[in-house]
Write a protein that binds this ligand. Sequence first.
Ligand code: F6R
Length: 613
Amino acid sequence: MCGIVGYVGENRATPILINGLLKLEYRGYDSAGLAVVENGNLAVMKNKGRVSNLEELDGINNLTSTIGIAHTRWATHGRPSAENAHPHMDNSKTFAVVHNGIIENYNELKDFLISKGYTFYSQTDTETIPNLIHYYFSRDEKDDGDKFLRAVRSACNDLKGSYAIEVISNLSPNECIVVRKDSPLVVGVGTNENYIASDIPAILPFTKNFYLLDDNELTVIKKDSVFFYDNSLEQHNKAIKNIEWDALSAEKDGYEDYMLKEIFEQPNSIRETIGSRLKLGEECNFDDLEFSKEYLENLNKIYIVACGTAMHAGLVGKNIIEKLCKIPVTVDIASEFRYRDPLVDEKTLCIYITQSGETADTIAALKLAKSKGSKTLAISNVIGSSITREADYSIYTHAGPEIAVASTKAYTSQVVLLAILAIHFAEILEASDKETLENLKTDILDLPTKIGAVLDNLDDLKEFAKKIYTEKDMFFLGRGTDYNVALEGSLKLKEISYIHSEAYAAGELKHGPIALIENGVTVIGIITDSKLVEKTISNMQEVITRGAKTLVITNQNLPNTHFDYVIDIPNTSSLISPILSVIPLQLLAYYISKYKGLDVDKPRNLAKSVTVE
Ligand code: F6R
């Protein structure tokens, strides 16, 4: 949930660490801190609140050290406060640690350390780590150059749970040791300087060359070297990976907020998702997949498992796969799937969708399906993310870094990728006629231009947002795949405007929710499926009769109706219409949040990547 940055080099560490933290505030923002080795001692500075509160601390600008670690926190153990902020030190102030993740056995470790005379000053699980390192360090009688590394290794062997940690020590002032397990961490390589981060954008302005660390790999970083060790402290080599994201794409690029930037990036992110996978007149091409016709024919079902917005993308994907491939698809919430003892086996293909690739429930759900013999396919936006190391197959959305907490471009890219995957499977299975597939390919290739048209036509949407931004409740209605979009529109609104909203399959209205419709309530309808137009219109009429204010998003020529606002979007196959109809809903949530004066990019209580249960 939190963000980590580190630096070992020739320049002053503090400005580099702060710069990195500012880019990582979307991962956690209730406190921030840093530690450097200053004149032979560890200097730790931390403060509650945003990184700007850390920057304001007296003396922080006087730090001259060229090595340091830093952290921005989203509280899990212990309330947000300066004491609970990272870095944490051991009692002797010899080791400083920052940590992402959760140490599940921290109570046990804390009791053990207390029994050995250690005192704890915070309520965090993290504080056990520097003290454990000190415990092992002080008992190691061999005083060679590897003593620090051995102590970190021994401490990590005692930790249960997930972690990405950075450790520095005043006894070893030229090196930083880092380790990850089920939590992201990369090392960025420079000339006479190296960087560490939990997320690539934090250090992208400094380098494009990265080592993507593996679980349990101990890494020793000095200014001119990076060494990798396994648990037996055997050294090994590792290839550098060049990440092509440019630094600017990780910045706001002139937009007021990341979310707005990311919404407007969608024509381009979708082009990137399509890439060379889909061309007219050719079969779809996935270099990394090797599903045979026999394997796909033998499948009983496909499971799509994810959380939140990614799960909503899965619902749209279910419709496309079932229609094109004639394979039943079940969509499940990862936190439910993992405890449901799901009926999956080697005749089930399990697809996991996760923008970050780090969502704890989704990863656990994948591990479970694997243990039951089913093949697993991860769809992620982050190359080398944890889930892609666990999955049998991984494919990437290539939507570029998504910084705003509320997911927008990742969702549309996930749906596009699912559509291309469905066509790919249908081609292998020969389950749909060529014309249907070719028409869908044309519609997918036209999406970037059509999204551009939606983004050019925002005046009515802004006006409607202004009318309704003070409301307390709203409803979203749709049928078929429009219902899936209603779910996503409602989630977006809740997340960033804090307005309560519900999404219903329009036909369910009279089975209960219509009791809530009264004079002045806002109802948003999505109508894009020609076969269902009349049905949804009649549901909308029912709410108008009861005094509702209405906005309709449609690609149909609607008969004369009494809707207050109609947002027309370009026509496309109903299978992929959510990619267009979701955009006005993303923007509606955005404008409402802005009118309310809220922090769009960092909604309260939410973090970008949910790496704990
Ligand atoms: C909503 C949102 C969340 C995420 C969910 C899964 O805007 O962003 O609902 O979709 O937390 O995250 P990933 O896709 O990283 O697994």
